[in-house]
Design a protein around this ligand. Structure first.
Ligand code: IPE
Ligand code: IPE
Ligand code: MG
Length: 258
């Protein structure tokens, strides 16, 4: 069954095939799609060429995740720190989002995909904000995988925003400080309602989280590859999932082996 999902996968050892038990498939995968620029540079192309290829690849990986029964895929598309890049690159990435929304919403809908965005939209162009809201609304009736695109997202900014929202509720007399617990805090994060990521994948070889989902990845399993995002294939996703299935998730406790 899984062979089909990853086709045309290279043959894998029988015992290495992903186990179809639901518990073994991450409910939520988060991915730091890094390495687009270096991928393009290696090909003698401008960095923007890599972003375009990276955007295409997200479609492939989303399809795989959906077929596997993953409930949510959070993809880091643009960080609060990425504004430091040259304006031409930032503008290109913003144009890419807009054209992705224009061209993909119908197919996302046909595949029962729900769409969310995590991040501060207020700094984005009003026309892009409009497209984002329209896309979310037109896919809101779907019941399949949630594609959560992190756009102008920063984990620290998200935590500050949640703190401000709770402080405002306290000030308004709607909440007592001692009522603030993890559940109430999580309810103010962009990811409210999604399970915490089980697996965090970073492509491009760097071993850092770069301000991604700082709260949510408390107990995520980490998996990294040197491979640049545009070259991250379904076969590599399979590799990540096989590694994930072998992890012993203890959450600070002790797992007694049978
Ligand atoms: C990730 O690829 C995409 C974004 C940050 C928008 P990069 O653009 O960071 O590519 P590298 O890491 O410079 O190769
Ligand atoms: C992380 O990649 C952000 C995205 C993939 C959108 P960066 O390329 O911005 O991260 P750093 O600068 O290497 O930490
Ligand atoms: Mg990078």
């Amino acid at each position: 069954m899984f062979k089909k999902i990853f086709a045309p996968a290279a043959p894998v050892q029988k015992e290495e095939s992903i186990q179809p038990q639901l518990k073994a498939v991450p409910r939520h995968i988060a991915v730091i799609m890094d390495g687009n620029g270096r991928w393009a540079k290696e090909r003698g192309k401008p960095r923007t060429f890599g972003h375009r290829a990276g955007g295409q690849n997200l479609k492939t990986i989303l399809r795989c995740c959906a077929r596997l029964g993953v409930e949510a895929l959070t993809a880091y598309a643009f960080s609060t720190e990425n504004w430091k890049r040259p304006l031409t690159e930032v503008d290109f990435i913003m144009e890419l989002f807009a054209s992705y929304l224009d061209s993909e919403v119908a197919e996302l809908d046909a595949n029962n995909v729900q769409l969310r965005f995590s991040g501060d939209r207020s700094r984005l162009a009003p026309s892009l904000q409009k497209k984002m809201a329209a896309a979310e609304a037109s896919l809101a009736h779907n019941t399949g995988i949630v594609l959560n695109l992190a756009v102008n997202y920063g984990g620290r900014a998200e935590i500050i925003r949640a703190a401000q929202k709770l402080a405002a509720q306290v000030k308004a007399g709607e909440l007592r400080p001692e009522e603030i617990d993890e559940a109430r805090f999580e309810a103010e994060l962009y990811t409210a309602g999604l399970p915490a990521p089980d697996l965090l994948i970073r492509t491009g070889g760097d071993l850092r989280v770069s301000n991604f989902l700082l709260w949510q990845i408390a107990y995520a399993e980490l998996w990294t590859t040197q491979v640049y995002w545009p070259d991250f294939t379904p076969q590599l996703l399979e590799e990540a999932l096989l590694a994930y299935q072998k992890r012993d998730r203890r959450y600070g406790g002790l797992n007694t082996k049978p």
